[in-house]
Design a protein around this ligand. Structure first.
Ligand code: CDP
Ligand code: MG
Length: 147
């Protein structure tokens, strides 16, 4: 029974960052409004700035990709808003809400279509699996910061 309860909690949560371009452009309020209006409950939220080591670790999976250096520069150049979001089917539904990695390919009405400038500076992060949502949430938030 406890295992089932824990699993239900994990699979209903995802992790997001409003990336530095979103903060620079003054889009924090608009993006959070869109997220909550889409049925996500904010269960953790803060403004922080990642160090180079933080960004390198967070995007370790991309370390061999040609864009890794630029990605780390971008993600550390200013503050981000990080958040944990709760909703049924959170990971998949949030990926749908943010749209394709490249805003030129993102569907109408998605956060990246509305607020992203390019494939590199694409406004928001969304976890790609329940497992990564849990790992990324723990990377950014202590237990006392999650509700
Ligand atoms: O963020 P998402 O899961 O949609 O894409 P990803 O493939 O996991 O890539 C992580 C991040 O790297 C993207 O959100 C972009 O900021 C950046 N990226 C890039 O600069 N150039 C690419 N060709 C692909 C990704
Ligand atoms: Mg990804």
């Amino acid at each position: 029974m406890h295992e089932n309860l824990n699993k239900a909690m994990v699979t209903n949560r995802t992790f997001t960052m409003l990336k530095p371009d979103s903060v620079e452009k003054g889009n924090i309020g608009a993006i959070l409004e869109k997220i909550t209006a889409s049925g996500f409950r904010i269960v953790a939220l803060k403004l922080t700035q990642m160090t180079t080591a933080d960004a390198q670790a967070f995007y370790e999976v991309h370390s061999e990709r040609p864009f890794y250096g630029e990605l780390v520069e971008y993600m550390t150049r200013g503050p981000i808003v990080s958040a944990i979001l709760e909703k049924d089917n959170a990971v998949e539904d949030f990926r749908t809400l943010i749209g394709a990695t490249n805003p030129a390919e993102a569907a109408e009405g998605t956060i990246r279509k509305l607020y992203a400038a390019s494939i590199g500076e694409n406004a928001v992060h969304g976890s790609d699996s329940d497992e990564n949502a849990a790992i990324e949430s723990a990377f950014h938030f202590s237990g006392r910061e999650q509700f």
